[in-house]
Every structure is written in C-alpha cells, then in structure tokens.
Design a protein around this ligand. Sequence first.
Ligand code: MOS
Length: 750
Amino acid sequence: MAMPDNPTVIGTPRQRVDGKAKVTGAAIYAADVKTDGIANAYLIQSTLASGRVIEIDQSQAEKMPGVFAILTQRNAPKLQPLPEELSANGLPGESRLPFQDDRVYYQGQHLGVVIAETFEQARDAAASVRVRYQPGELRTDLEGFAQQAIEPRLALGRIKLQDKRGDVDWVWANMPQDRLVDAVYSTPIENHNPIEPGAALAIWEDQDHLTLHVSTRGVDLTQRVLAAAFGLLIQNVRVICPFIGGHFGSKGFSWSYFIVAAAAARLINRPVRLVLTRSQMFDSMGQRARTVQSFGLAADETGKLAALKHSTLTHSSMVYQYTEPAGALTRLLYACPNIQINHRLVQLNYTTPCPMRAPGEAPGIFALESAMDELAIKLNLDPLELRLRNHADKDDSEQKPWSSKHLKECYDHGASKFGWSSRNPHPASARDKDGRLVGWGMATAIYPARQEPAAARITLANDGSVVVQSATHEAGTGTYTAMTQFVSENLGVPMEQVRFELGDTQFPHAPVNGGSFLTASVAPAVTAACNNLRDKLISLALDGPAAPFTGVARGDLVLADGRISTQKKSLPPMALADVLSKTNNQQLVAEGEAGPGDAYQKFAFYSFGAVFVEVRVDPDFGEVRVARVVGVYDVGKIINPMLARSQLLGGITFGIGMALMEGTIPDIPTGRIVNSNLSEYHVPVSTDVPPEFTIEFLDIPDPNMADSGARGLGEIGIVGTPAAVANAIYHATGKRIRDLPITPDKLVGV
Ligand code: MOS
C-alpha cells in the first residue's frame, strides 16, 4: 500500500494515547477486573524437583476459614492433550497439562490449588497442605549431564540449530595459535520479572462458555490452548487482555496457571482469580535457560575471519524440549567462509524455559561479540576495525541479499558520538578522579525482522469517531499509539478521533506479539482496513441519490483534517461524519488483512546497530557502573521517535542488567531456586541507568518491508549491550569475564 502524499503523523513524536489511563490507574489489567462473586486461588506447588506424589494431605486446609475447594489430581477434570500445532517440541510454552498425573518434574510444579474467598485465605490454606513424595533421580547439573545431550534440529519451529558451511576443522588445524580465540562463555538462568506478574480471572457463563481475562501477549493462542484443553468450541472461549504490565518475553504461550484458574472456576462455579506471586514468577511461567557456549574464532593475516565455531550447551525441562538458540545469528553476522553451529540440549529438573527478550540473540551475541573483542586484542586491531573488516555484504547463511543494511553508518555515527577514535587500546590505562578504572567497549547489535499475518476491522460512526480493532496487544511498547498514528495518517483524521482497541479474541486475528514484529505485522492490516474504508466512503460520497460529491472524479477527492474535499469551489469540504449522515448511514465498516509477501523469500531482513559503552570499575570493591552509552540503530522507518527511544532505553537497560546483575541461582543438590525474589535477583533500577544515554536511529525505511518500512525495534537494544559492557570491563581492568552476570565478586581486587 502506498503511503499518503503528505505524511504528517507517521514518523513524528506523539505522546502515548494510553499514557494517562496508565498513570492514573484507569487502565484495567487482568488482576484488576471486577465482577460479582470472585474467588481467589493460590497454587500448591511441589517442594521436590523430581519424583512422584504419594499423598496430598489437605485435611487441615479444607477446614480453614474462607476455603471453598481444593483442586488436585484427585478431582481435576480430564483435560484433552494439546494438538500438535500447540505442543510440538521447540514451540514455546509447556504442553504438559496440570493435575493429570502424579509425576513431579521440577520444584514449583503445580500440584493443586486452593480456592477461597480472599487471596490471603487461599495462601494460608495452601501453606498448610502437606505433600508426601517418592523422590526420583535428580538431574540439575548441566555439565554433569552433558553427555546425555540431544541435538535438536529447530528452535521455535523455524530456527536451524545445527548448521555448517565450509571446513572449519581444516582451518582450525592449520591456523597459527596467535590468530585463534578458543573460549567458553556462559550465561545464567534468567527469569522474566515484569512489574505485572502472571494473572488470570476465569469466568464460565455455563459449562461450554469460558471468558478468561489474562495477562498475555497471545490472546488468540491462549484461546486455542483453552479450547483444546477443555474440549470447547473455539468461538466459545473469549480471551481478553487490553493491557500487559510488561512481559520480558514471557506471557505468550501455554502455561499451567491460567488453565488451573479455568479448571478451578468450573469446579466451584464462580469466577476465579489466580495471580502469581513474585516468587512464582521463577517457576510458573518459563525462564531463559543457562547457556555454556564454546566459541572458536580464527582469522587470517589480514584480520578476516577464516573459521568460526559456536557450540551451545543448554537445557530444557523434563517435559519439554525448548532450545535457547544462542548460535542462530552467528551464521550470518560476519562474513566467514567456514562456520559450524551446534546446539546441545539436556533435559533437567528445572521449569520449562521459553523465550526471554531476544531469545538466543542476547546470550549468543554476548559470546560472539566478546570473542570478537578477544580476537581484536590478539590481532592488535581496534575492535571496531575488526568488525569493519568482517562486514557481511550479504546473508551468507541463506545466500540472500540484505533487504536494507546500514550497519557501517551505525558504526560511524556511534564511534564519532562516543569519541571512540581517542581510545587508548591498552587495558587498565585510565582512571577517573575518584580512582575508578575507566573502560570503553563496543559491540554489534542485530535482530531479525519479520512480518506475520494479521487483520483489522475499522468502524466509522456518524458522530465522526473511528474505532479500529485487532486482536493484538499492548505490552508497554506503544501499540495503541502507533496504530492510532497509522489510522490518523491513512484516513486523514485527527488522532483524537481514533480509538484503537486490542487484546480481545472477538477482534480480527493478530499474531502473538513477539520477535519485535508487531508493528510490521499489524500496521499493514490496519492500513489495509483504512484503505478499504476510504474506498467505501468515497463510493458513498460519489454514488447514489444522496451522494454529496456526485459528478466529481474519484481521484479528485481528498481525505484530510477529518473531512472529504475536492478542488471544486462549488463543493465545500464535508466532515466524514456528515457524509454518513447525508447518505443515511449510521456507520461504515471495513476490514483489512496483510501478510508477508514475496520479498520475504528474496531478501534477508535484519535490523542492525552499534553500541558503545563506558564503564567505571571500583578497583577495591569490583563494582561496575555504566557511565555512558551510545547506541545507533538501523531499524528501518521510525514510526514515533518517542516510542522508539523508549524501546531502546528499555532494551539497553535490560542488556546492562544481563551484563551485570541478572541471574537465577539454582541449588544443584535440590533443584530449588535460591533467589526467587527481587531483593536477591537483581534487575536494573533507575540508579543503574547511565547518566549519559545517547540513542540514535538512522531512520532509513526498509524498501521491502510492508507498508511503512519499519523493521521493528523491541528487542535489538538488549543484543550487543552485554558484550559491550563486558568488553568495556576488560578494557578498564584487563580482566576478561566470560561468565554472566559480571558481579563484583568476579572483579574484586582488580
Ligand atoms: Mo520476544 S522473547 O519475542 O519478546
């Protein structure tokens, strides 16, 4: 679809249309929904990581105040196994359904639920439940079980996990040691910690009709999971989620807790609310698995990569095979004729992992970009120069041209903004006035761009209001605002006249919002709906006995400022609403849909960036502060600079957290999580955000992306940042830390 002639809304900074509702508390999140007779549920979880349940003693809990019922395997409904398209290994989520057998696969597994009047009553009663177990073999040590690893073919149903080109082994055997990097990088288990935890309110109208208010970025997917599990007609399940309080990459998939809420509500024939606690966010809704990544880089005498091998050891749960695809982009980020990518997966007694922001890319590019820094030092080359020498002019993994790539401009702009050329290459060569070591590091960022099929419906009413609906989501990324901009732009109506509605299975289909593809997927559908409405409106204006613009050529009508007009002096402009009234229409409805076109076969679509970081390291205490970040990004067209900046602020901050603090600590002898709380699992807070934070966008539309040329920017901020921080720490201290997070204990006394 062509863009309008005079774009005025797309590409301009706009305040969030839902901002006021959010900051005033008017925005309704899943746990806020009020309806009559809500009961509250609290999960009974396994305290053992492997074995069988012998007995659940709930005798005391049943007698406690406010308790309505307790649901366990004993009285659970028989659920239907999820169909292949919802359960195939590699797709995110957990297909094992709750309370169907007595097996225990991880600590925190849901064994039952107490349903009571209040949350506190349910929680107290759940605490009094005693479970007897038959312990089973415990598998918690990733390296210890490495020899039992499998080599899965695909991640997320589409990302190749085993790949090679050329002959890595020959190069490796014949390359001098001083041009090799051979190192192991590791990243810990990480847990999603959005402000809003998982939350669900299940309401059955009757035995066949279920409504679920749930915090999800996949209303349509959740609907399919529930319909399948409970054997309901898909149209009899409604899933609603107008706001998400963040997801960090979780909340899109099948999880036990919302199925439990639905089963509990059916059992007691009342609406049931189930809200996860912060601690339960560590075992009930996925996590990023630990990775141990062996990296080999070899360069020729000109500094060009000759061979690259990347082998990832990671884990999934005992009930599901999800693989963190850490090596996915190693295949193509740099030009290199000989590449070997491998992933090995061990099934352990931990909760099922799933995507966390930039799944695969965040840990994988940490390893690659750390290894590149090590190689630059070995070759006595500037790290940026090494990257320029190995710039990939096409996607060698698929032998496709890039759709649009301006990475070199990102390097250039970033380096000059940062002042990179004045960097002293010697580590531990600079101190600030407080005696802290100063270091500079950089890394490349990359993230795939995609478009998924989506649809939208638009309704123009005779009061002039425009309502657009799509079953997409608002996770804080700005969907309401960006889509309102598209409607405003395409129909020539002020943004204030437009209301965008989302997060409801009754709206036209939209994908799970993930992979940073929401805008590129949903905006083209919205534009298509707008264009269809415009056609219908113009027909009303031109044809029929009451048509106000009879006789005017179709191409001479213009929609702008909420009005339809023509050059003809004799015909004054008319408000869109009046066109409806004059032609006796209450409203006008149009639908639109869009999906990936041929370009997706021809080109490789990626966003790129360059991130430069300055750290200060306290030499006595090992404390690292990120003092300065410059990130320059080539993400296609920028729809709204305010929203875009906000996404990168969040993404880079996430990357800083990954570099310096995030890490879930399992107790290997028991499989329990030691730090399932925010006082011991650290995420960056405002004081961790660097005082100098420069984010720039090249803002070059991708000519092959649908509609607007936006490639998406939700996740690229986290990619590269952890390595840039680690590289800066090396530069500051001379100490190479290859194991995230880089906590003070690893640096103390540098
Ligand atoms: Mo991304 S893990 O799809 O939010």
